[in-house]
Design a protein. Structure first.
Length: 346
């Protein structure tokens, strides 16, 4: 494991998915007047702001392709490589697919950090790829000012099992498979303010593969799906609502949160991107509170799946999740499009 005297988080200005560019800024970057080329087999591209690109192959099969990388969110090199890999692979699961291969993306400040630490990052990734049943088959590395790691992941999905973030329906119930608050706990850890047990809980959440997403892909009553990462729950739910032409109502007391998150919220401990996130979509939100502002805008690293479920299948879905060791409850519902995209009740 990593030499305890080395704190990887001190070598980067951001951490985890908190490094992501805020939604409003990203919109400007992606906007282009360049003539669009039509690719009939490209089922999912940039237009829907989805988790991965999807290309239709032959015989009803589709190729899922994604990449994700970031700076250290933990100090241990092996754990950093593991979390970054779980996070990248999640995009395939969020589309209802199964990963088949990964390539590593490594940026390393070779004059500041030893190659042995980089090797431990890669070993962490190898461990997660083995757990997901896929090879870490190669990759690319550069000498960079800050440590960076992630994966480019390929996956497969039957076309009828493909889940997107813009296909939700009115009345769908909203579920989340992991609790929120990872960004706040990580910010506290970086400042030396996180309780050991709280940080360990956050790490374990980040290390949990979203492999259940491949099984969700086979459930026709799941109409849409995405994973929660750097834009926070509100940002990714806005994408679902706008893509599907709907609005959402959230019951805050039912949103799953890390155990002691109120402790950090009361001390106003949060990552910088929380405010950038909020500024990007605040005009679309009604009913935000002092704590919910921090938790619902909190950037998640390796966050859970946001699942949109037909209301008639509520009992069947919750029973299915229990058979997989996952106990979750609906925290919101999708409704006819209204003036505000998301309404929060407390």
């Amino acid at each position: 494991m990593t030499n305890n005297s080395i704190r990887l988080t001190q070598f980067s200005h951001g951490s985890g998915c908190g490094c992501k560019i805020a939604p409003a800024v990203l919109d400007k970057i992606l906007h282009s007047s360049f003539p669009k080329t039509n690719f009939p087999s490209l089922l999912v591209g940039n237009e829907s702001k989805d988790d991965a690109a999807v290309m239709e192959l032959e015989y009803g099969q589709c190729l899922i392709s994604t990449t994700d990388f970031f700076m250290p969110i933990v100090d241990d090199a092996f754990t950093f490589g593991s979390i970054a890999s779980v996070n990248a692979i999640s995009d395939v699961y969020a589309m209802g697919g199964k990963p088949v291969m990964a390539l590593a993306i490594l940026g390393w400040p070779v004059e500041k950090l030893s190659p042995e630490l980089a090797q431990q990052v890669l070993d962490g990734s190898r461990a997660i790829c083995a757990k997901a049943g896929i090879p870490l088959a190669g990759g690319h590395s550069i000498d960079s000012p800050e440590p960076i790691f992630g994966l480019a992941v390929s996956g497969l999905v039957a076309k009828q099992n493909l889940k997107q973030n813009n296909t939700a329906k009115e009345g769908d119930l909203l579920y989340l498979t992991k609790p929120l608050g990872v960004g706040m706990i990580s910010a506290a850890h970086k400042r030396g303010l996180a309780k050991a047990e709280d940080f360990e809980e956050a790490v374990q959440v980040m290390l949990q593969l979203n492999s259940i997403g491949a099984e969700f892909g086979q459930l026709a009553y799941i109409h849409a799906m995405t994973d929660i990462t750097g834009f926070g729950l509100l940002g990714h739910l806005v994408e679902v609502c706008e893509g599907s032409g709907l609005s959402a109502e959230i019951e805050y007391t039912k949103v799953p949160l890390l155990k002691n998150i109120s402790h950090y919220a009361s001390q106003m401990i949060y990552p910088d991107i929380t405010t950038r996130n909020w500024n990007s979509y605040q005009d679309k939100i009604d009913g935000i509170g002092a704590e919910s502002f921090l938790t619902l805008s909190d950037p998640q690293t390796s966050g859970g799946l946001l699942v949109c479920v037909d209301p008639g299948a509520r009992e069947a879905f919750e029973k299915f999740c229990l058979t997989k060791g996952l106990s979750i409850q609906a925290f919101g519902v999708l409704k006819v499009k209204s003036e505000k995209t998301i309404k929060i009740t407390h």
